[in-house]
Design a protein around this ligand. Structure first.
Ligand SMILES: NC(=O)c1ccc[n+]([C@@H]2O[C@H](COP(=O)([O-])OP(=O)(O)OC[C@H]3O[C@@H](n4cnc5c(N)ncnc54)[C@H](OP(=O)(O)O)[C@@H]3O)[C@@H](O)[C@H]2O)c1
Length: 245
């Protein structure tokens, strides 16, 4: 009773890890990756934001995953809560973006289009920000969005997540990174569209009313992922899970 064949210690391999290689998206086909951080008790926010959960390595990875992406998808709730700016070029990206635009554009998901179209996220974007909205979004807000962004409509009352991804792919954005938040991520998972989850596990216990990294109705069939790798930095774990089927 003192051993279990399937249980083993995760021994870190000595030496540095080539992160660009470890996190390289597949060479072909559409790929949707989410990058999220959570505390040990599952909290996806600290004082209403995600920033207080990570460490320097988490911020490094956040930037690297942007560098590897063709488009960065984010929910309007996160844009509003975190005062999201546009993606800015990072010197350390080096050759990561060879043959591609200097930065991946941001694609913001919204139903109400209750967004500040005069904010830097729209006015200072190196690559024009994209808005993903249902066709039934308020007409006046759609008009305002079109003045500042490329608007893609998919679905009627709510965004059709699959059609939105297909439209992004048709524009050449094959490697997609979703930075949440929890409502949008739940939508992608419910639609069966998530290929990979990069989860930073932060060594904090927070309790309170924070949501988990997915905030949506229960999934009739839980999505089961495979562990691709686990990295450690300080007391943080960087887990990469991929779709099994
Ligand atoms: N731990 C992490 O890694 C992490 C990552 C990101 C964010 N966060 C935190 O999570 C919180 C925000 O999360 P959230 O869940 O409230 O926001 P969210 O997922 O970023 O955005 C939710 C919004 O997206 C739009 N939306 C969602 N589903 C839609 C659909 N089917 N059709 C059309 N639009 C749709 C709606 O925008 P409209 O209301 O504009 O219609 C909705 O209010 C913040 O506290 C943020 O700091 C944590």
């Amino acid at each position: 009773m003192d051993t279990l064949e399937t249980l083993r210690t995760l021994s870190p391999l000595p030496g540095p890890v080539d992160l660009a290689e470890r996190y390289a998206p597949p060479e072909r086909g559409r790929h949707l990756r989410a990058n999220m951080v959570a505390g040990l008790d599952g909290a996806a926010q600290r004082a209403g934001l995600s920033g207080g959960l990570g460490n320097a390595a988490d911020r490094f990875l956040f930037s690297l995953l942007r560098g590897l992406a063709d488009v960065v998808i984010v929910g309007a709730g996160t844009v509003r809560a975190e005062g999201y700016g546009p993606v800015r070029p990072v010197e350390g990206w080096g050759g990561l973006r060879e043959g591609r635009s200097a930065v991946p554009p941001l694609a913001v998901i919204s139903r109400t289009l209750d967004l500040d179209f005069d904010a830097p996220v729209f006015t200072e974007a190196v690559e024009p920000t994209i808005v993903l909205a249902p066709a039934g979004a308020p007409a006046e807000r759609l008009r305002a969005a079109r003045e500042r962004a490329e608007v893609i409509t998919a679905g009627e009352a709510t965004l059709d997540f699959a059609a939105a991804l297909a439209a992004l792919e048709a524009r050449g954005h094959r490697r997609m990174l979703c930075e949440g938040g929890p409502s949008v991520l739940a939508g992608f998972v419910a639609a069966g569209l998530l290929d990979e989850l990069c989860l930073t596990l932060s060594p904090l216990l927070l309790a309170g009313a924070a949501t988990r990294i997915l905030n949506g109705p229960p999934l009739p069939v839980p999505e089961e992922l495979s562990l691709a790798h686990a990295l450690q930095d300080e007391d943080f774990l960087f887990l990469r899970y991929t779709r099994t089927r």
